[in-house]
Design a protein around this ligand. Sequence first.
Ligand code: 0GY
Length: 300
Amino acid sequence: MTVPVKTISTYLPFCAEPKRPDFRPPEGAVDAHCHVFGPASRFPFAPERKYTPIDAPKERLFWLRDRLGFARNVIVQATCHGRDNAALVDALEASGGLARGIAVVGEDNTDAELQNLDEAGVRGVRFNFVKRLVDDTPHEVFEHIAQRVQPLGWHIVVYFEAQDLTSVAPLLDRLPGRIVVDHMGRPDVTKGVDGPEFARFVDLMERNSRIWVKVSCPERLSVAGPPYDDVVPFALRLVTQFPDRVLWGTDWPHPNMVSHMPDDGFLTDLIPRIAPTEALQHALLVANPMRLYWPEEAQS
Ligand code: 0GY
């Protein structure tokens, strides 16, 4: 299959032919963090974006899902599409119920617009604190949006980096409902899994049982590079300590990667290293994401 690469970006293209993983995900497994980008000809990128990605359309995402042995996707609105969730909605509608979404919305979105997103399969809203990706949003705005989406039963996904935990933590305590932290709160892995910085993140999860975490993105967090031995202990710690509050995702198509582009089959093969038993794998890949994204189908 040809990859729809457009050289409009300085970033690396996603891996065209990922390996078939040796690890077989359990039946019904969910890739709970991935994106669709464009195609720009149909879904233009946001004028305020901080990067222009290579097109990564829904067809290619669904092909990857099947190749890796996953059953469902959770598609997360990325900053390059701003608050225009059209590409996300298009992918959700084309998925035949096999994808749910996380949108980005603003205070000016009407209740009817939120309702339409819900009907398309959106189940949460993302608040981004990563300075290279977005301009600052006042915390009161996030709190207001969080209150407005509660009647829909949505949860909040937050993306921040470890050095921002101190400033974001009070907001996390105030936000209602469930909160999912992207990419393990982006620890600085050189500081060690037993160091004070990661301890602060683990402590946050211990104190607040409404906080879940995605054990994703070793390729972004690693200093050593593949096979990401420096990241595995962080994910393993979270999966074993909070087995019913962890999610896993590929992060395909890996926007903003400049050092190397991971093979998604290889990322899938890391799962048994971070979730070493079948019970942990089932919780991580099936039971937890089903509870959050398809609660109407989830077995308790
Ligand atoms: C990710 C990570 C990144 C980008 C975004 O919304 C985004 O643009 O999340 C990043 O550059 O770290 O989850 O895709």
